[in-house]
Design a binder for this molecule. Structure first.
Ligand code: SAH
Length: 461
């Protein structure tokens, strides 16, 4: 990050603007909106600037002189078409540690103007640090379509009731209350221009929150984070990720996905690697219960889909026993994610009519599976947690009738930028995997469909 974004309060503050033409005019308009007291220095003022100035005395001088900086200006803006003069201003300001902006000259700026979207009190600012102004403006233009103009009204409504809500609701309920106001029917009414109905609904909701026990309770959201690529999250997952008070996540949840969790949420890493559970499952179950009982909204974030080899079922079973409300959000399981990103359709009319997901995790060094069924032709088998048992998997499949030549693929860190796919046959894959030093997490796909990869691989190619 080359520039630190802040929003500066300028109401009633002194600002020096040098220049009186079109560029200065645009800056002046913004400064006046923000309530600044602007001293303008310019040989000439264009008509718009003249009209905008609340009083002619704001035009304090024709020529810029260093002495002007004895006034304690909050910021200085050099907006003349005289490059040398602009640089002199920047130099003088720099010496006095006053933030300075030289319009269209990032090299001489100590601060820059972002592209803004004003829905006051909601304000969105976008910047490329002056490196790609067109892209910044385009981003802003896109935001324009996302952020309806009426959000300004909604923001004003929340601003009016902030103090009342603060005095009536405990802190842990406030954010939840405001989210319900903004995301639910009240927000919709506001956007539809029904302001007084929205206001009444807000007051009703506030009463409900302060009286009804149901709002005081916490809950757990069991959410599938998908196999790694954050683009594969569902909208619901993303929304809950941004609303939670605390998140419990394991090793399989990709860092890029964690980036999207609300910044202020507490983060609890509960590890989980086959056979090396950082926090034992019982303890995780208990933590979920305890946190929810404290009234928190707990995000239980799991790699892939929580109901596929994720022990999600056990976790919510305990929640149900303890009468804790919960919801489950499916995620893209690694079999779907990895097969798509590896160019291996799990079924295909010419190669496989069925597909099975099985765990390759050994219990007491044994892999107790229906091998006969797994080895049958025109069938795809996906092994989760099978890296360590791969030699046993290939041996058993061949012993139960699968040909040595049946293709096998290993997808390591599927769907991420580090995805690697290693292919072979039942006869040689165990050896290849050692040679290639394949690491967990990796998914094993066995079946003739693997052959399609030679034509259909697309990701990272
Ligand atoms: N609930 C998860 C699976 C948990 S079991 C899901 O639906 O995907 C853990 C196993 O999933 C790992 O041992 C590995 O086999 C597989 N896995 C998860 N993410 C993966 C990824 N990005 N790439 C390859 N395999 C992955």
């Amino acid at each position: 990050m080359d520039n630190f974004p802040i929003f500066l309060r300028l109401r009633g503050e002194k600002v020096l603007l040098i220049g009186g033409g079109g560029v200065a005019e645009r800056k002046l308009r913004l400064l006046l909106k923000a309530g600044a007291q602007v001293d303008v220095v310019a040989t000439e003022l264009n008509d718009a600037v003249k009209q905008m100035l609340p009083d002619p005395s704001w035009h304090i001088a024709q020529q810029y002189e260093t002495e002007l900086l004895t006034t304690p200006y909050r910021i200085i803006i050099a907006a003349t078409d005289d490059g040398e003069l602009n640089q002199r201003v920047a130099h003088d300001a720099g010496q006095r540690n006053i933030p300075v902006n030289v319009v269209d000259d990032p090299k001489h700026c100590s601060f820059i103007f972002p592209s803004i979207l004003d829905r006051s009190p909601l304000l969105l600012a976008v910047s490329s640090g002056g490196e790609a102004p067109v892209l910044a403006r385009q981003t802003r233009a896109r935001l324009e379509t996302f952020v309806p103009a009426a959000w300004g009204d909604l923001a004003q409504l929340t601003s009016r009731y902030r103090e009342t809500v603060k005095s009536r609701l405990p802190e842990k309920l406030r954010r939840r209350f405001w989210e319900e106001v903004c995301e639910g029917p009240i927000g919709e009414q506001m956007l539809a221009g029904r302001k007084s109905e929205a206001e009444q609904a807000l007051l009703d909701l506030l009463n409900a929150y302060s009286q009804d026990q149901k709002y005081q309770k916490g809950e757990v959201w069991l959410v599938g984070a998908g196999p790694g690529d954050p683009d594969l999250l569902t909208f619901r997952a993303l929304r809950l990720m941004q609303n939670c008070d605390v998140v419990l996540y394991d090793r399989l949840v990709a860092p890029a996905v964690m980036e999207l969790v609300r910044r202020d949420a507490d983060r609890i890493y509960v590890g989980k690697k086959e056979a090396e559970h950082v926090v034992p499952q019982d303890e995780i179950n208990q933590m979920l219960i305890d946190l929810a009982k404290e009234g928190k909204r707990v995000l239980r974030l799991k790699g892939g889909d929580p109901f596929i080899f994720g022990r999600g079922g056990e976790e919510i079973d305990r929640l149900a026993e303890n009468d804790i409300p919960f919801q489950v959000v499916p995620g893209i399981t690694s079999a779907s994610g990895c097969s798509s990103y590896a160019g291996i359709p799990l079924t295909h009319r010419d190669y496989a009519q069925s597909c099975q997901f099985v765990t390759g995790h050994m219990k007491d060094d044994v892999l107790d599976l229906e091998w006969q069924e797994l080895a049958r032709p025109a069938h795809t088998v996906v092994f989760y947690m099978g890296l360590n048992s791969l030699p046993e998997i290939s041996k058993q499949l061949m012993a139960h009738g699968a040909p040595e030549s049946r293709p096998v693929a290993l997808v390591e860190r599927g769907t991420t930028s580090q995805q690697r796919v290693v292919t072979g046959t039942l006869a040689d894959i165990a050896e290849t995997v050692i040679e290639e030093n394949v690491k967990s997490p990796a998914l094993i796909i066995v079946g003739d469909v693997v052959e399609l990869r030679s034509r259909l691989a697309w990701f990272g190619q």
